[in-house]
Design a binder for this molecule. Structure first.
Ligand SMILES: Cc1cc2nc3c(=O)[nH]c(=O)nc-3n(C[C@H](O)[C@H](O)[C@H](O)COP(=O)(O)OP(=O)(O)OC[C@H]3O[C@@H](n4cnc5c(N)ncnc54)[C@H](O)[C@@H]3O)c2cc1C
Length: 406
């Protein structure tokens, strides 16, 4: 027997779970499929190595979805300042929440915290069905919608399928949507570290020749590091003893947080620039990393994905409210127009920044340093960048503005 839904979301990570949650709030009969059972509980320590900086816009979305209190209960850490500087010259940028209308610039949150809080919310919403473990192995288009076959043989059908199954999206390949992109030949090395000096609720980022090194504040006083390195260096650094790793890290930090005292498990993630050439197809839409993967240097990947989730859910709910069929491609095209340009702009900015800081020729270093200091001194320009980094820009979906869309 085939189980029927209005919408099926494949991928129960941060973006897929947020999409399903928004749709279920809107009364849409939605199934969320995830191949791995997400963790809901864990001991307070150690902090997981996968941590994301969430913008104000993302916080608004998660608040509207009812997930934010569950996240606060599990642990989030506000950051009030952001300091970015160039290891090769005197270029420096300083963003301070005192220059904004908010008490913080954003929050550092373990990815598993966001996922668990969203799944908790989904459990409370009568029109949501969560299936895990559930791996999609086949999909076909028929007269009624799209039919999905799971690894265990179950058949599901929906008027619309949303793929939020990550950068290597299986569903995107099944539909035949091509991607454009390239490998950076860089990895993001991540770990949790204890430092001699307090992080002062500040996100620190030092641009080095191989890529930026970020120290991101955590609620227990430790820092989560994201260190962009050539893939070869990352491999070598993963193989170092803890003691040797702390020494190279301390040197790379420029001593900004004093001595590096301890490090937990380390991991490295290969970085890619990649976007799907189309976000939509018949009865099909992509969101999150399945649609776009970007360099993590400004921590914007999942923030962009949550904006996709909010925009797509808003349009699906509106289409249903207006009694138009979910098979219509009109609202899907609108979703693509709404999100693709914004995402490409963000991706191109991250890519340009990454390239700018890999050049070591002296005239170029002086120029970029002067640019950084110029932005730092020009209050209106700085305020623009600050708002952009906080996710507060024009044309946001309602959820990102702190309003509901159902
Ligand atoms: C080092 C690093 C640091 C980062 N830091 C930040 C940051 O500070 N801020 C930020 O905004 N972003 C950051 N990012 C980016 C962020 O991690 C991603 O954008 C985000 O995880 C994407 O979420 P997603 O839900 O789209 O995809 P994923 O997290 O990849 O989730 C996809 C889900 O789909 C499931 N799935 C896959 N295939 C199937 C299938 N066939 N059937 C069923 N389920 C399936 C997977 O199990 C998974 O749970 C960082 C990335 C890296 C690498």
């Amino acid at each position: 027997m085939t189980e029927q839904y209005e919408v099926i979301v494949c991928g129960g990570g941060m973006v897929g779970a947020a999409t399903a949650c928004a749709l279920a709030h809107g009364g849409i009969k939605v199934a969320l499929l995830e191949r791995f059972n997400p963790e809901r509980q864990w001991p307070p320590e150690p902090i997981d190595i996968r941590v994301s900086a969430l913008t104000k816009a993302s916080q608004n979305i998660l608040q509207q979805l009812g997930a934010w209190p569950g996240m606060v209960q599990r642990g989030v850490c506000p950051y009030r300042d952001m300091r970015v500087w160039d290891a090769r010259a005197d270029g420096e940028l300083h963003f301070d929440c005192a220059d904004t209308a908010f008490n913080e610039l954003g929050h550092l949150v373990e990815n598993r915290v966001t996922v668990a809080a969203l799944w908790d919310q989904l459990d409370k919403l009568p029109s949501a069905t969560c299936m895990t473990p559930a791996t999609v192995v086949a999909m076909q288009l028929n007269d009624n919608g799209r039919q999905l076959r799971l690894q265990d043989g179950r058949l599901l059908e929906a008027e619309l399928v949303i793929a939020a199954d990550g950068r290597d999206s299986t569903l995107r390949s099944m539909v035949g949507i091509d991607v454009t992109g390239w490998d950076y030949h860089q990895d993001g090395l991540v770990a949790t570290v204890s430092t001699e000096l307090s992080h002062q609720s500040t996100a620190w980022q030092r641009f080095l020749d191989e890529g930026p090194l970020a120290f991101l504040p955590l609620q227990n006083g430790q820092c989560s590091i994201v260190w962009t390195l050539s893939s070869e260096t990352a491999k070598n650094y993963l193989a170092l003893s803890d003691q040797d790793f702390l020494l190279v890290l301390e040197q790379a930090s420029g001593g900004i947080l004093g001595k590096m005292l301890a490090v937990g498990p380390r991991g490295a993630f290969p970085l890619r620039f990649q976007y799907a050439n189309r976000y939509v197809d018949q009865r099909f839409a992509l969101c999150g990393d399945a649609a776009h993967a970007m360099h993590p240097l400004a921590g914007q990947g999942v923030n962009a994905g949550l904006l996709d989730a909010a925009a797509l859910a808003e349009l699906v709910i509106q289409t249903k409210r207006e009694k138009r069929p979910l098979s219509s491609t009109r609202y899907l095209r609108r979703y693509e127009r709404w999100r693709k340009g914004d995402n490409l702009m963000m991706m191109a900015s991250m890519d340009a920044l990454n390239k700018t800081y890999r050049v070591t020729a002296l005239p170029w270093v002086s120029l970029r340093s002067a640019g950084m200091n110029g932005v730092n001194k020009l209050a209106p320009v700085k305020a623009y960048f600050n708002r952009y980094a906080m996710g507060l820009r024009d044309d946001l979906p309602k959820l990102a503005n702190g309003q509901d869309c159902w």
